[in-house]
Every structure is written in C-alpha cells, then in structure tokens.
Design a protein around this ligand. Structure first.
Ligand code: NAD
Length: 259
C-alpha cells in the first residue's frame, strides 16, 4: 500500500479508457484517496461511473478555460480535504483540423487553443493548487514523443508537448523550493477519446506495436503504474524529468524487420 494515507487530485478522466483513469486506479489500489474533475455536463455521467467504481467521494467541474471553475476547485479541495499530496494533469486539446494534413497549414486559432488547453493549463493548475499541496507533494503531467520527433498528423500537438516538457523543467525549479516534485510521463500511443482526433491513429498503433522492443503497445495500466511511481515516495529525488513508457519506440534508430 505505497499510497496509503495520500490524497490527490486527478484532472483528465473522461471515461474508463482515459490515461488519467489508469493512474487513478493504480493509486486507489495502493491506498490513495482520489479527487476527480469532469470537463462538462456531457462527460459528467461517465466520470460519475468511474468515481463510483473507484470509491471517489467527490467530483468537481473543471474546464481549464474557465478561471472561475479553477478558483472554485481550489476552494472546494481546501474545504473538503484540507491539503493534498499529489496532482495529475492529464489533459490536451487541439482542433481536429489541426491534427490531420500538413503542419504548415496550422491556423493561429488552432495554435493558440492547443497551447492554452494543453500547456498553459498546467502552469495555471499548478499555481492555483500549489497552496493546498503539502510540502514534498508530487505533480505529474502527460506528454508524447511527438514533442521531440516527427510523428505523422501530431502536428501542433507536438509543438504543444515540447512547450509542456519545457514548462515541467521550469516548474520543477519553482516548486523545488517546497520540496514539491513535477515530472512528465511520455506514454506510447493508446486508443482514447483524445487520440481518436489524430489522423491515421490506427496506423500509428500498428507501426508502434511492430517496431518496439517489447513488440506491444502500452496500456493505461502500464502508464498508471509509472504514474503511481512518480507520485509516490519511490521516486523521491526525481523531478523535472520526462519518463518514457512507450515500449522504447523512441530508442529505435530504424524500424524492426523480422523474418
Ligand atoms: P482522454 O480523452 O481520455 O483525456 C483527455 C482529457 O482532457 C479529457 O478528460 C478531457 O475532458 C480533458 N480536457 C480537454 N479539454 C479540457 C478543458 N478545456 N478543460 C478540462 N479538461 C479538458 O485522452 P488521453 O489519451 O487519456 O489524454 C490524456 C493526456 O495524455 C493528454 O495530455 C494526452 O496528450 C496525453 N497522451 C495521450 C497519449 C495517447 O496515445 N492516448 C499518448 C501520450 C500522451
């Protein structure tokens, strides 16, 4: 029970296929008390279902583009839980048309939306929640290899993930004053709601499965276990890092071929 006695906020559960759900489940299995949010009324019933399964006491609304909801979330946590020990940011968004076709055609609007929802939200969330984080708390965000390599159709989201990873390094220094750690998990491709917006995603999954050292795609449970490691004392001393869980796709110099 590595997470026994720990309380944490996990932002980014849309349903039971979400990476955030994988992390929440592993944390709960190890004894954590988890707080969830839902983006809007459409997703609320699905998050309620997850909350019931994981015996989560409270879920709160949070659309990161609405500052009043973020402020209300911090106040609710303070009132209902006091201080918490961990925070997970597992959200990203870019308009669908920016995730297909050529990167050169990215519009200014799509660029700004991707950066606001996928990058600025981390800074805003961490700054707002920081007063209710215990000293020594741990923060985790989710990134992808498209930050540093060309991945077909990932386009503006690759640029956003590069900015997200840089933000992790800068936040690590600010939060380090209170012994608070922050790291990014770089997950391999997984079929989720967000991933369904990326062009040819099934082809990416097939390629990854064939060309990774473990010859398989990762699952939300694989990501969940690494998330739990980064949120727990097991990783004390680890901060500002990008932790890869992608069957090593990033280490392959050229595609595998097997007879
Ligand atoms: P998902 O669709 O299950 O989760 C995305 C979440 O973002 C949803 O819960 C959605 O409600 C939330 N979100 C979007 N806009 C929001 C807003 N304005 N306010 C609040 N919440 C908002 O998909 P996922 O794949 O689990 O994505 C979670 C994270 O993992 C993302 O950062 C994604 O880029 C990253 N990631 C995904 C993969 C993959 O292949 N699925 C790989 C690496 C990293």
């Amino acid at each position: 029970m590595i997470m026994q006695g720990k309380k944490g906020l996990i932002v980014g559960v849309a349903n039971n296929r979400s990476i955030a759900y994988g992390i929440a489940k592993e944390c709960v299995n190890e004894g954590a008390d988890v707080i969830l949010t839902y983006q809007n009324d459409k997703l609320k019933p699905r998050v309620e279902k997850v909350a019931k399964e994981l015996e989560v006491k409270n879920i709160y609304p949070l659309d990161v583009s609405k500052p009043q909801e973020l402020k209300a979330l911090k106040e609710s946590i303070e009132k209902d839980y006091g201080k918490i020990d961990f925070l997970v940011h597992s959200i990203a968004f870019a308009p669908r048309e920016a995730l297909d076709g050529e990167f050169i055609n990215t519009s200014k609007d799509a660029f700004n939306i991707a950066m606001e929802i996928s990058v600025y939200s981390l800074i805003d969330l961490v700054r707002t929640i920081e007063p209710v984080l215990n000293d020594g708390a741990s923060v985790v965000t989710l990134t992808y290899l498209g930050s540093s390599r060309y991945i077909p159709h990932y386009n503006v989201m690759g640029v956003a993930k590069a900015a997200l990873e840089a933000s992790v390094r800068y936040l690590a220094v600010d939060l380090g004053k209170r012994g608070i750690r922050i790291n990014a998990l770089s997950a391999g491709p997984i079929k989720t709601l967000a991933a369904s917006g990326i062009g040819d995603f099934n082809e990416i999954l097939k390629y990854n499965e064939k060309n990774s050292p473990l010859r398989k795609n990762v699952t939300i449970s694989d990501v969940g276990k690494s998330g739990m490691y980064l949120l727990s004392e097991l990783s004390s001393g680890v901060t500002g890092e990008i932790h890869y869980i992608d069957s090593g796709y990033n280490i392959m110099g050229m595609p595998l071929y097997e007879k």
